[in-house]
Design a binder for this molecule. Structure first.
Ligand SMILES: Nc1ncnc2c1ncn2[C@@H]1O[C@H](COP(=O)(O)OP(=O)(O)OP(=O)(O)O)[C@@H](O)[C@H]1O
Ligand SMILES: [Mg+2]
Length: 504
């Protein structure tokens, strides 16, 4: 629980409007942030959150409205304007230059000079101090490209602090982090808050908003819905504001009668990341894989998908030996992996929605002759409707879609292929609650049609809500199998971390 912030109003955005060709992204939006406040921004995928903060940070121009800082009207036209006004933004895709060191990144564009020469001693010293305030213990000469995301994020924060930031904007900062890194991020956010910085925090995870934020502003379809004190609002109310209806049970009720064994994995190993993993997956089953980051879940998934070669062990698919040489091979045999990293593994950002949803299916559609564009478009439109993908048309370029909608395009692509075994690695990361419920329903429908699903997720409630069985991995091994009615958060965490269960 954070202390109620009584600071002065730092930032006021009012009547903000913004259009893109064919899209009214924002209209009449208001946001006001106080000193020392964490202000959450909430809304469905495509609601306009990222657009609003891009206007604040000078990445986009606005069509209407005004911005005031300390009560004074300001004109933000470029990122440099925003920076001068003390506004720093940490985007979902970090802006670090990978082949530069931590210190160089922190001082990028601001290198101090002494008699015409860059004062490297000062750069290093100051970088060291900044990292220390964030509890990061790394040599400042480390190349940022080699750092894990959690540490890259801390370097971004250090960079912001070095610029006398008064307003720090974070666009879904937790979406790329595991449990422990999130705790660490929260500690840092609270410290920044205590120093008087006003923080705008975007997240789809309600739990975080209740834990971290003082106030929350909700957007829907580019419009301002309202602002509430977190202490005086309920989760149901927020969901109602976001999606305009009540969401009863986000997990569909299912009756599972597992069928034949579809996939059999025996003594599988992949270097040190996965060691001696054995399990069976039946038709119509949803099996949840729980575990902390690095427990080997993603590695097992990649081997099943043919992205990595196993160093030991056997697999069988429908009773026949299965050794995919490549993802292509796996897909041809009906096995798909939906990844968490839509930027790197999933999407062709520069291309249109329809190309992205069918690219893996292109050969299939064209196998018997020319590509039949009409079939393709019909298929795409079905998925756009089913997944409620927010796009003006199938020809829209994916890079211009909101983050969550890009994630849905990834899913649509696979769904159009007629897959028998689905591995879903963090399938709802960055997806709003309303759409999550839809994805869960799609998973349930697929299982109902006999598709077998492996679900990897760091969100325990979703693992527990969706799985028929939960397999807990730790240090490359399956350490526990739990039936649906034996599994709860405490038991799963206990096995996931070993014996010590961290205090909540
Ligand atoms: N550069 C652009 N060109 C065209 N349309 C855009 C552009 N940027 C955003 N949009 C559109 O503006 C709308 C709002 O998108 P925005 O990225 O702000 O949503 P969001 O609330 O951040 O969603 P998410 O939770 O999925 O990240 C969407 O319909 C999106 O497609
Ligand atoms: Mg966004």
């Amino acid at each position: 629980m954070s202390t109620p912030a009584a600071g002065r109003v730092l930032l006021e955005m009012s009547g903000i409007g913004k259009s893109f060709p064919g899209v009214r992204a924002l209209e009449g939006v208001t946001l006001s942030v106080r000193e020392g406040q964490v202000h959450a921004l909430l809304g469905e995928n495509g609601a306009g959150k990222s657009t609003l903060i891009k206007i604040l940070s000078g990445a986009y121009g606005r069509d209407d409205g005004e911005i005031r800082i300390d009560g004074e009207r300001v004109d933000i036209r470029t990122p440099a304007d925003a920076e001068r006004l003390g506004i720093s933004t940490i985007y979902q895709e970090f802006n670090l230059t990978p082949h530069m060191t931590i210190a160089e990144n922190i001082f990028l564009g601001h290198l101090p000079t002494r008699s015409g020469m860059v004062d490297w001693a000062q750069v290093r010293q100051r970088s060291r101090e900044l990292l220390e305030t964030l509890d990061v213990h790394l040599p400042v000469d480390t190349l940022t490209g080699t750092l894990p995301v959690a540490q890259q994020q801390m370097v971004e924060i250090a960079k912001a602090l070095n610029r006398n930031t008064r307003i720090l904007v974070m666009d879904e900062p937790s979406a790329v982090l595991g449990e422990r890194d999130i705790e660490n991020l929260f500690a840092v956010v609270r410290r920044l808050q205590a120093s008087g910085i006003g923080i705008i925090y975007i997240s789809h995870r309600m739990k975080e908003i209740f834990e971290l934020a003082d106030e929350v502003t909700v957007l829907k379809d580019g419009r301002y819905v309202g602002t509430r004190k977190v202490a005086a609002v309920t989760m149901d109310e927020l969901v109602q504001m976001m999606i305009g209806r009540e969401l009863e049970d986000i997990y569909p009720s299912r009756r599972t009668e597992p069928g034949e064994v579809v996939l059999k994995v025996s003594h599988l190993a992949q270097d040190r990341l996965a060691r001696d993993v054995s399990f069976e997956l039946r038709a119509g089953e949803i099996v949840g894989f729980a575990g902390i980051t690095g427990s080997g879940r993603t590695e097992v998934a990649r081997v099943i998908f043919g992205a990595d070669r196993p160093t030991a062990g056997e697999m069988e698919l429908f009773g026949k030996p299965y050794r995919p040489r490549s993802p292509r091979d796996a897909i041809d045999r009906g096995v798909a992996l939906v990844t968490e990293d839509r930027k790197r593994q999933g999407l062709l950002l520069k291309l249109q929605v329809f190309v992205n949803t069918t690219i893996s299916g292109l050969d299939r559609l064209s196998r018997f002759g020319l590509l039949r564009l009409k079939d393709e478009l019909a298929l795409v439109n079905t998925w756009i409707a089913n997944l409620r993908i927010k796009t003006p048309s199938p020809e829209f370029v994916v890079a211009n879609m909101s983050g969550g909608n890009q994630q849905k395009v990834v899913l649509a692509r696979w769904l159009s292929l007629g897959i028998k075994v689905f591995i879903m690695d963090e399938p709802t990361r960055g997806i709003d609650v309303g759409s999550k419920a839809e994805i869960y329903q799609i998973m349930a429908d697929l299982a109902g049609q006999g598709v077998a699903i492996i679900m990897i997720s760091s969100e325990l409630p979703e693992v527990l809500g969706m799985s028929d069985r939960v397999l807990v991995m730790r240090e490359g091994r399956i350490v526990k199998e739990l039936a649906r009615d034996e599994a709860n958060e405490e038991v799963v965490m206990h096995h996931a971390v070993g014996h010590e269960v961290p205090a909540a």
